[in-house]
Structures are given as structure tokens and as C-alpha cells.
Design a binder for this molecule. Sequence first.
Ligand code: SAM
Length: 292
Amino acid sequence: MYKDIATPVRTKEILKKYGFSFKKSLGQNFLIDTNILRNIVDHALLTDQSGAIEVGPGIGALTEQLAKRSKKVVAFEIDQRLLPILDETLAPYDNTKIIHEDILKADVKKVMEQEFQGMDDVMLVANLPYYVTTPIIMKILEAHLPIRGIVVMLQKEVAERISAKPSTKEYGSLSIAIQYYTVPEVVMIVPKTVFMPQPNVDSAVIRLTKREKPLVAVKDEDFFFQVTRASFAQRRKTILNNLVGQLEKGKEKKDLILESLQASGIEPTRRGESLSIEEFAALSDALYVYFK
Ligand code: SAM
């Protein structure tokens, strides 16, 4: 048996051997607790016929645990300095593949077609670089990839926003965008002490299970997201004032917005945070006629 990568002693040994220094700008906070890693993998519900995509393997702490519990792991790492390290740490696991690429630029769909043929399912599992948490999750969801879901470590505050319900202070356009595609569950709150170096914020693990079809049917997805963002532009403003301030149209736009609100049964004095996703869908379809 090999010694786990994710212990403080082994991590320090590896970093010292390669003279590796953390880059804060790349969100490099490595996990040094094997129990936490096993827990993350448990929540992904993998089998030996599952594929796993990882974003940012670091020195391979999570990659190793995924390799033990799935058929194949493909990990995207942006930092070239980590490649020789991963070569060594993951040498015992021949079901791992590292791709040296920025996940935001990668053609993940193509990689999935090449790497996960014939597998039962694919999950994205990662301890995300916190500076790009939302763009990464949105890129994966908007690409409509054939994945079963996502299990990721992220900032606790972002996990709360993603899973928030209407009429709470955390509820906003991010909650709607992610709940549109998935069912989110915060499955773990994680202390700072399990990272090296320790991040400034608290962390959580969230599981996003992809819906078979989006939560609501809308005429135009992009426009629906545009309306939800506009509705939360200034949280203290009414839905009417936010939409008047954000949507582009000539002089008559206030009347058209009022008409659309009325057609969808929404009082113009309400605030965006009180609207359910179904109400946003009805409103965006009503506005679409005039504003698209
Ligand atoms: N998985 C490791 C662990 O849990 O210990 C490292 C996680 S660390 C929070 C984030 C990792 O993502 C780092 O290895 C970093 O270099 C990498 N990374 C940062 N931005 C990235 C990007 N845009 N694409 C791919 N990897 C990225």
C-alpha cells in the first residue's frame, strides 16, 4: 500500500522535494486530510464503472482517492509546475490522466467523448480554486455535458447562495441559475484547518445533481438569466425599478414591463428576492415578446 498524499507530513515532503511555492492567484489551498477527501468521494456516489473529471489536482490528493474509487479520472491542471509532481505522486494509479489546461478554455465535451467511452456515468469532483468557482460551475452546466452531477469544495458563502430559497438574503441570480439545472445540497461544512495553506474563508462541499430537464421551461435560456440578473441588480429596489433600470428599450418600456408583470401575476412593488423560479420563468417569457 502507498502512503496517502493528503497527510501534512507527506504533503510537506513533496512540496520540499520540488521546491514548490503556493500561488495565491491560482487558488492553491491543498487538502491535507484523507478523511475529508474520502468523504467528498463518498458524496459523489461513484462505482468502479464511473468516470471522474477533476479540476485542479494540485499534488494529487483528491485525484488519488478518486482513482481508488472509479474507473478513470481525468484532471485539468493549469499550473505547469505541478506536472512533474503529479507524475510521481500518481505513478501507482494507471487510471489517471492529467491534462495541462485551463478548465475555462478546455473542450470538456470532447475530452469526455475520448476518455469516458462506455462508462456508466461521469461526475465532476473537485476542490475548486476559489477565485473562479462560479465561472467553472456555470461553464460545466451551460455546456449541457453528459455528467450525472458535480461534487465540489467551495466557499461556504457561495454554497449558501447556490442552495438558497426565495425570500432569504442569500437568494439571487446564482441560486436560480444553478437550481435551474440541478438540485443542490450542502453535504459538508469544512474547517480551514484541513488546508495547506489555510484559506481566509470557511468552506463547504456541495453536491449538484443534474435534473433530467431544467426546472422550468422558458422560451429563451439566455434571456431568462438576463431577466433574473436584472431583477437583482439592486436588491433594495422593486422588481419594476430594477427592470426599468436594466432592460434596453425606448420610452414606452415602463408600460411594457408593467404589462408583462401583470400578465405573469406579479405585483410591481415586489422585490426580486421574493420571486420563485417559476415566477421568473413566467415573467421572462412575458417580457421576451417585447424585449428580445
Ligand atoms: N485538488 C487539490 C487538493 O484538493 O489538494 C488542489 C486544489 S486547489 C484548491 C486548486 C487547484 O486548481 C490548484 O492546483 C490550481 O493550480 C488549480 N487551478 C487553478 N485555476 C485553474 C484553472 N483555471 N484550470 C485548471 N486548474 C486550475
